[in-house]
Design a protein around this ligand. Structure first.
Ligand code: HAM
Length: 436
């Protein structure tokens, strides 16, 4: 029988990786808690119309990348390609916005049918933040700062924050006309992709990865020049606030993002260590989306980062700096104690002791192989446990166990009374007991 495999672009997280992910998630949770955010969880499956209306028909995400199917009730359903539209839908459906501004975060799998490569999967995991009902330029800086502080705290290095303003809908319409006219005059120099986008989503041409197109666009009119006085002033304020927060940034007039709901501030955090998929975090302001999805006009700002890309960055940071916070997050855990045991009576005693010590808070690995002592000691070494607790039938008979420090090449193993073990609540207690 052939061995079944996971689908292309859908990746297993093995225990060691899962542990690193949990460490990152817990740092993120802590940042969100301190910023007063609340977690929201929405379904993976939504009606297709939510994304078509929310993200925009002309985007690659909606046009080419969605996992869409008709369910048994004849409804068109889509596996969520991102979280923002779902969060806004949920906030509207449950009347959250009538309770004042909502500061929300979420984490979970997203689905896009893209060509898989390093840092790009078909099922990937995002952690995101959405501030709904908050419209000041200051809030743009506040929410960007949240992403920046989290990434810095995780120990990720070589980050660059790029920002741009996409202005208002009118600003963009005006610019779109100018850009299309400019590109039409040079249509012979466009590639197929850009030619296709010329009338569907011309602003995305600015984001082209084709070096010839980037070169051509050097002289194109920029969106910044087309911004109204008010939009420019708003963007200035965001920049002043970022400077006050001492967050370094670069202006990128070509940054347009791949989803249609953005206006005013848009940003991306990139790293040169990620190769072609350089963006680890992206987001911006989306004041029109709530209305677009049937609610009252409501300002909003948010971002999401991709966990897979973040993990690539953490691995790189850990290998550059083995004592940094990224290395601590990616280091594997060691058990406090490895219980080496052999013999009929000893094995039952060991089972009970391991159970009691775990209840008291120690991380305990019980050898259940019944193998020879020297084999069990080898395994204890491989487990990187700090201590071994050794129980043979002789010890069990005497109501004793022997404690051996594994981090030094010592042969000494001190006897301790078994009936005292369950009163310990940490390794220090165990050590104290041995020394008494
Ligand atoms: P996005 O730029 O499409 O924005 O995705 C955000 C991040 O998700 C990317 O920067 C990247 O790290 C990760 N990502 C996207 N696609 C993939 C993929 N195929 N494989 C691996 N990672 C991927 C959004 O999704 C917006 N909802 C962000 C947002 C929230 N804007 C406002 N609020």
């Amino acid at each position: 029988m052939t061995q079944l495999q996971s689908l292309r672009g859908m990746v297993d997280l093995l225990p060691e990786q899962t542990r690193c992910w949990q460490a990152v998630e817990s740092v993120a949770r802590d940042h969100f808690r301190r910023a007063g955010l609340q977690e929201i969880r929405t379904p993976l499956l939504e009606v297709t119309e939510l994304f078509a209306r929310g993200i925009g028909e002309a985007t690659d995400v909606v046009g080419k990348e969605m996992y869409t199917f008709v369910d048994r009730g004849d409804r068109s359903c889509t596996l969520r390609p991102e979280g923002t539209a779902s969060v806004v839908r949920a906030a509207l459906q449950h009347g959250l916005l009538s309770q004042g501004p909502q500061r929300l975060w979420y984490g979970g799998p997203m689905f896009r049918y893209e060509r898989p490569q390093a840092g790009r999967q078909r099922q990937f995991y995002q952690i995101g933040v959405e501030y709904l009902g908050v419209g000041s330029p200051r809030s743009d800086a506040e929410v960007i700062a949240l992403a920046w502080a989290l990434l810095v705290d995780l120990g990720v290095q070589g980050l660059v924050l790029e920002i741009n303003s996409l202005g208002t809908l009118q600003d963009r319409q005006k610019y779109r006309e100018e850009l299309v006219a400019w590109l039409e005059a040079r249509s012979d120099q466009l590639d197929d992709d850009s030619r296709k986008r010329l009338y569907t989503n011309p602003l995305r041409i600015l984001d082209s990865k084709n070096p010839a197109i980037s070169e051509l666009l050097q002289d194109a009119p920029t969106l910044f020049e087309a911004l109204s006085v008010e939009s420019k002033a708003r963007f200035e304020e965001v920049q002043v606030d970022l400077e006050a927060l001492q967050i370094p940034f670069q202006l990128n007039p070509r940054l347009v993002r791949g989803l249609d709901y953005y206006g005013h501030t848009a940003f991306e955090i990139t790293s040169d260590q990620l190769g072609a998929q350089a963006t680890v975090c992206g987001g911006g302001r989306y004041d029109g989306l709530v209305e677009q999805l049937g609610g009252a006009p409501t300002p909003a700002f948010g971002w999401a980062f991709g966990m897979e890309r973040l993990m690539l960055l953490l691995e790189a940071a850990a290998s550059i700096n083995p004592n940094g916070s990224a290395a601590r997050l990616t280091a594997s855990t060691r058990p406090d104690l490895y219980v080496v045991n052999r013999g009929e009576q000893a094995e039952r005693v060991a089972l009970v002791i391991a159970h009691q010590l775990r209840a008291a808070g120690l991380v305990v690995e019980l050898d259940s192989s019944g193998a020879a002592f020297n084999k069990q000691f080898k395994r204890a070494g491989r487990s990187r446990a700090t201590w071994a607790l050794v129980i043979g039938d002789d010890e069990a008979e005497r109501g004793e166990a022997r404690l051996k420090y594994l981090q030094e090449a010592t042969t000494q193993a001190n006897p301790i009374p078994i009936d005292q073990l369950h009163r310990l609540d940490d390794v220090t207690g165990l050590v104290r007991l041995v020394r008494e």
